[in-house]
Structures are given as structure tokens and as C-alpha cells.
Unconditional design. Sequence first.
Length: 311
Amino acid sequence: MKRVLITGGAGFIGSHLSSKLVEEDNYVICLDNFYTGNKSNISKLEGKKNFEVLVHDVTVPIKIKVDEIYNLACPASPIHYQKNPVQTTKTIVYGAINMLELAVQTGARVLQASTSEVYGDPEVHPQTEEYWGHVNPIGPRSCYDEGKRCAETLFSDFHHQLDVDIKIARIFNTYGPQMNRNDGRVISNFIVQALMNKDITVYGDGGQTRSFCYIDDLIRGITLLMNSEAAVTGPINLGNPRESTMLEIANHIIGLTDSKSRITNLILPPDDPRQRQPDISLANKVLKWSPTIGLDEGLRKTISYFTKILK
């Protein structure tokens, strides 16, 4: 039985990962300070003999015996990470350092949840892992974007200098059950607004694109990466290459919910990427991974979840 530490284990992605690894008979330690994590996400795991919750801030060093570390801790939506940008940067950078130091002490393999935001507002489309990105280092999103870029540097340097066993996953927009209804992300915003028959707020003209990956596909991808050969360090893009405009997503959700919502347009925030689409050739080749859950199926499952929690 492997001892697995998941930082941010009560968050959206972390809670799904915790459930999967508990089901596979690993001993899972869910580390979370509950800044954006939600106790209800892990309530079904509490009481299981191979699961424990550790209330701790990843910016503070910790000594614990583990075999694997998934470093997921960080607010992932602009509304949360821009609320306290200094703390966001600390969480990403100090968190990476502390988990890497823990890996040095224990010999654990450690995976960094990086992000498509390292590509910024890309000038290359779709985005491959070789693309260095187009990021504003002093913009309102930079605490997250540059923090994640720095974390990748730290992981790479610890690997080359100290031979730490690392994995880097560049995660593209992910959605599904257990998203926070107030997290400010596109899918959750649109679904909640549609179910409540409120105006759906689209930033800009709605022509900007994103590629949305259902949570089950992502979890399968990051666990395949964690269990890949040591030579496979990443970074590796994990996302669904199907590209949609914001208007297409909004209208699709209105149709699926039979909503009376209308679409209204707001000013596009600074540095908001115009396009976002992963090239997943590397994941397909090295991990034999590609998404299997289509947008329509994933949205229906997510709508069903929000319908229940909004009652």
C-alpha cells in the first residue's frame, strides 16, 4: 500500500483524485488549509481506514513519510487567486519548494499540477509543450501564471541538481461535479446562471476560445503520468483538444438546461487569453492517453450535480 500525499486534496481536482486513490487501496493523506477546498468534497471518504485529513498550509514545511506526492494546492480560478495575489504566489512557489524538499527527504516521486496558464495569451496555436508562452509578468493574472512557471523551474532544477523523481502536468480547463459554485470559472458560472434563469455573463464578444476536459479524463491522465517511467518527467499537456467559443458554450448550456437566460456581454478582463487549445500528441504517445468523455456528456453530468446542490 503506497502512502500518497495530495496537497489541495479537498479541492475540485484533489477530491476526485483522493477518491480514486482511496478506491485503489492506497493510503491517502489529504493536506488542505480549506481556503478554497471544501469539506463536503471529501465527506464520503472520512472514516475510511486508508484516508486521513491533515489541516495544514502548504507554505509551511512539513515532515511526513510518503511514497508519492501530488502537489495540487493553489486557488485555480481568477476570482480566488487575484483576491490575494501575494499569498497565491507564496502558495505556488513555497508549496513547490516544500514538497520538493519533502521528496528529497523521503525519496518520494512528486507531481506538480502546472497549468495551461503558463502559455499566457498564446501566439502559437494549438499549444505544444515546446512553446515558451506569452505571459505578462506584472499583470493581474501574473501571480498565478508566473507562479506556476516558477514552480516548473523549481521542479526541473531539483530534478537535474538533486535527482528528484518529478512529473509535471500542464492542466487545461477542467470541469465536472464538485466544482465550487462561486469559483468564477466559465462552466460553473454559466451552469449556475442558466439553472437560476439569470443572465449569462460572457466577457468580451464571446469569441475567445477554451478547450474543456471532463474531470474523470483528467484524473486518469495525471495518474498515468505519475505511474509512468522515471524518464517521463514532463511537462505534458493534459486537456481536451476540442475548442469552443464562449458563446458556443453558453448557448449549449442554455439548451441543455432549457433555461430562459439571456446572454449579456461584459468588458473583457486584462490579459484574458484569446485562444486556448492543447496539443496532446505527447500525452497520446507517451501515456497512451486521450479524453473519452465528450462535451455534451460531461456538461450533462455537471448540470446534474449543480441541479442537486442548488435545490
